[in-house]
Design a protein around this ligand. Structure first.
Ligand code: ZN
Length: 492
């Protein structure tokens, strides 16, 4: 086998590596893998593909569990929607909206509210209304967000959860964006899951189409007026002359899924370990069912790109001149990230090594965004003791780390968060988060939609640089003479 030389500076293209990344991404994001949904045939294919690649590279099983080599079992319990009922009244008179225009869902066994007044909160660009304003009421919100002061846009789920936690009896979302009743129902199949030991919490979420909402308000003009009202800078929440009764029921479902764990044995494993991870799962199907639209969500960027990067980093670490590093290298492909970082959480709760032995963890999620030559962005900057080491490696590799704090807005939306929550120092450092405009564009277009496929122009320049940067990063943190776990704690 040919040993690839360590890239000195990363300003030139490594087209061989880009080809390797593309081949893996194309495979993992093919319809054959059916969108890599946990518990399905798509999972089996994904696990088999990853384990075979890692075995061929020369990794060994990292589960440290002889009865479960390579694959760490993760059991998820969740609740699947079975029933949805909604009835409405305007000024006390019933208004009929058909089931095609409204859907009610809960994470609990059963959720119910009776004749609750509707409290309109617009797009929630301002502060959360007080508990007394929300209590016992249905908070009515537009799906399409508007930027808050400072330009931050809050995802719908964040706004819904804030309203529910803030005391609302239910949240009714008016679907004025790309989501449809079909897509929110389909998405729900992937949410509300937890590790078998943790019970999911109850809530009540309802969705209404524009047509349904127009009927409730008494016409399209009234709906347009409501939308305009929500867009006003001086918008203030207020009661609508509507009430509603909602009921949603569910049944329990169980998903048996797996993390994949490989290991590159170090020369001195007693010195600890470095962990590399990327989530393997995606949504399976997530299309809206519109004619001509692809139903499978292939997740080429999210996260076939991270998996491809993970494998290529591991390959280069195995073939480094001078042999393996001192510390063990664990290579982890997590399940159920899209269901709430559950695979990473399961890893941290049943780890194959004592967590305190992990001196650094590096997550790779959606790395095929930026072209070569850009700066690195760090999700988790300032949150761990790793920053000084990151700066050293960046300097040595002639890479710039962007000063922006923007990547940290994604801190809790990536697997590293499940690790940080268990005191494992984890960051995500990639070119993708160094390129805010391109990343933002991805979020607004293909992210979590059927458009996230391999297509012409898929950018791999930055991802290839990320691979080489991580090879250097892992070698640095896996070397006790360069990165001492105890000294680094003192530097904290
Ligand atoms: Zn995702």
């Amino acid at each position: 086998m040919v040993c690839q030389p360590l890239a000195a500076a990363s300003s030139h293209h490594d087209s061989g590596l880009e080809q390797q990344l593309l081949a893996s991404i194309t495979q993992l994001a093919s319809d054959d893998f059916a969108g890599r949904e946990p518990g399905t045939e798509g999972e089996k294919k994904t696990l088999r593909y990853l384990a075979k690649q890692w075995f061929d590279i020369g990794l060994v099983s990292g589960t440290n569990d002889p009865s479960h080599p390579w694959f760490q079992p993760v059991t998820l319990v969740g609740r699947e929607p079975v029933g949805s009922r909604a009835s409405f009244a305007r000024r006390g008179r019933p208004v009929l909206v058909g089931p095609e225009d409204v859907r009610v869902m809960t994470f609990g066994r059963r959720g119910i509210v009776q004749n609750a007044p509707f409290y309109f909160v617009g797009r929630m660009a301002g502060d959360l209304p007080s508990r007394t304003e929300l209590a016992g009421r249905v908070a009515v919100i537009f799906d399409k967000p508007s930027p808050r002061v400072g330009g931050e846009v809050l995802p719908l789920a964040v706004r819904q959860n804030a309203l529910l936690e803030g005391g609302a009896a239910a949240v009714l979302t008016i679907l004025d964006s790309y989501r449809t009743i079909a897509s929110v129902s389909e998405r729900r199949r992937h949410q509300g899951f937890a590790l078998a030991d943790d019970a999911p919490e109850g809530d009540l979420e309802a969705y209404v189409t524009m047509e349904g909402m127009a009927r409730l308000l008494g016409g399209r003009d009234a709906l347009d007026a409501l939308s305009n009202e929500a867009n006003r800078p001086d918008f203030a929440p207020r009661l609508l002359d509507l009430t509603g009764s909602f009921e949603a029921t569910t049944r329990q479902t169980t998903i048996r899924t797996h993390n994949v764990i490989g290991r590159l044995p170090g020369r001195h494993p007693e010195e600890g370990a470095v962990l590399l991870l990327a989530h393997w799962d995606h949504f399976g199907t997530c299309g809206t069912g519109k004619i001509g639209e692809h139903l499978i969500c292939n997740g080429a960027i999210d996260n076939a790109s991270g998996l491809a990067g993970l494998t290529e980093i591991a390959r280069r670490l195995v073939h480094q001149p001078g042999g393996p590093p001192d510390r063990d290298i664990y290579v982890l492909a997590t399940t159920a990230e899209e269901m709430g970082l559950l695979g990473a959480q399961a890893f941290a709760e049943s780890p194959p090594l004592p967590l305190g032995k992990i001196v650094a963890a590096f997550n790779l999620d959606s790395i095929a965004i930026a072209p070569a030559g850009g700066p690195l962005g760090v999700v988790g900057q300032g949150m761990t003791r790793l920053d000084s080491g990151l700066a050293t490696v960046a300097r040595e590799q002639h890479r710039k780390i962007a000063a922006s704090d923007w990547p940290n807005t994604f801190l809790k939306r990536q697997d590293g968060w499940a690790l940080i929550s268990h005191d494992i120092p984890a960051v995500m450092i990639t070119s993708a988060y160094g390129d805010r405009p391109r990343f933002q564009h991805y979020l607004e277009t293909d992210y979590h939609r059927p458009g996230d496929v391999v297509k012409p122009g898929l950018e791999l320049g930055g991802a290839a640089e990320d691979v080489w940067f991580h090879v250097a990063l892992v070698r640095y943190f896996a070397d006790p003479r360069r990165w001492s776990a105890s000294v680094s704690s003192a530097e904290r």
